[in-house]
Design a binder for this molecule. Structure first.
Ligand code: NAD
Length: 259
């Protein structure tokens, strides 16, 4: 079943991890993709990986910083100029930031994390939802986190930004449902991507893999999630099959949020 035939999707953070996994899944179902990232090398790798499996895939790359509104406008305008429509949007780029107790958490670090994870998601929705409203259809999935639902600790900037993403999702979902648009968020637990490797290195240094083995013992399923598992969920949520799912957060975490 090809749920995205003739459809156009924008994916931010498309140069790595969850963005790349979602891009693969959407491309396999016929979506034309605009992948956005700060990291052009990562974007090129995503494109090559997808084209190896799906040679007929249509993939455009845009180097942009989601924390700058004018660069968000640039990727939205590029998509319209290239394809004339935006059917779905995976608003996903994010960073974790340094781990620290609240009293030691730097103000600049707090601002840096919020600029990307919260402001970046807001700018994306602001400019994409306007287009979707004119079209009369569309779906948005924002990437929150388990850290946007419950306290994880040592992550003031991340917690504030991801709880904020949940708030933005509920707010916009309520506003835009009447225009045929759904807005939802996903809340991933620990999914083994470059971000989680970075976080394990902060905790365990070079022996981060051993730290990882300890870390996952706290998960009810005793393992990390796989990026492709998130890709399957995002594809479902962005598809027409999930049109009536709106203004909610869907955890994908092996049960960690409810432990
Ligand atoms: P990742 O580091 O593998 O990928 C993130 C991508 O976002 C990178 O390619 C990076 O270059 C890009 N990016 C970062 N800042 C950017 C900016 N300002 N503008 C444009 N692109 C930018 O990480 P990931 O695990 O794939 O994370 C994707 C999203 O999932 C993030 O929002 C993250 O907070 C969230 N998340 C991840 C996990 C997990 O366990 N991996 C858990 C919960 C939430």
């Amino acid at each position: 079943m090809k749920r995205f035939e003739g459809k156009v999707s924008i994916i931010t953070g498309g140069g790595s991890g969850l963005g790349r996994a979602a891009a693969k899944q959407l491309a396999s179902e016929g979506a034309k993709l605009v992948l956005v990232d700060l990291n052009m090398k990562g974007l090129e790798e995503s494109k090559q990986e997808i084209l190896q499996d799906i040679p007929e895939a249509t993939i455009e790359l845009v180097e942009a910083n989601v924390a700058k509104e004018e660069e968000v406008e640039k990727y939205v305008q590029f998509t319209l100029d290239t394809f004339g429509q935006i059917d779905s949007f995976f608003n996903n780029a994010g960073i974790e930031g340094k781990q620290n107790l609240t009293e030691d958490y730097g103000i600049e670090e707090f601002q840096r994390v919020v600029d990307v994870n919260l402001n970046g998601v807001f700018y994306g929705m602001k400019h994409v939802l306007k287009v979707m409203k004119e079209q009369g259809h569309g779906s948005v999935v924002n990437t929150a986190s388990v850290g946007g639902i419950r306290g994880v600790g040592n992550q003031s900037g991340y917690a504030a930004s991801k709880h904020g993403v949940v708030g933005l999702t509920k707010n916009s979902g309520i506003e835009y449902g009447q225009f045929g648009i759904s807005v939802k968020a996903i809340a991933p637990g620990a999914i083994l991507t470059a971000m989680v490797e970075g976080s394990l290195r902060q905790m365990g240094g070079e022996d981060w893999e051993a730290t990882g083995r300890e870390f996952v013992k706290a998960n009810p399923m005793l393992r990390f999630g796989k990026p492709e598992e998130v890709g399957y969920l995002v594809a479902f949520l962005l598809s027409n099959q999930a049109d009536f799912i709106n203004a909610v957060v869907v955890p994908i975490d092996g049960g960690q949020s409810y432990k």
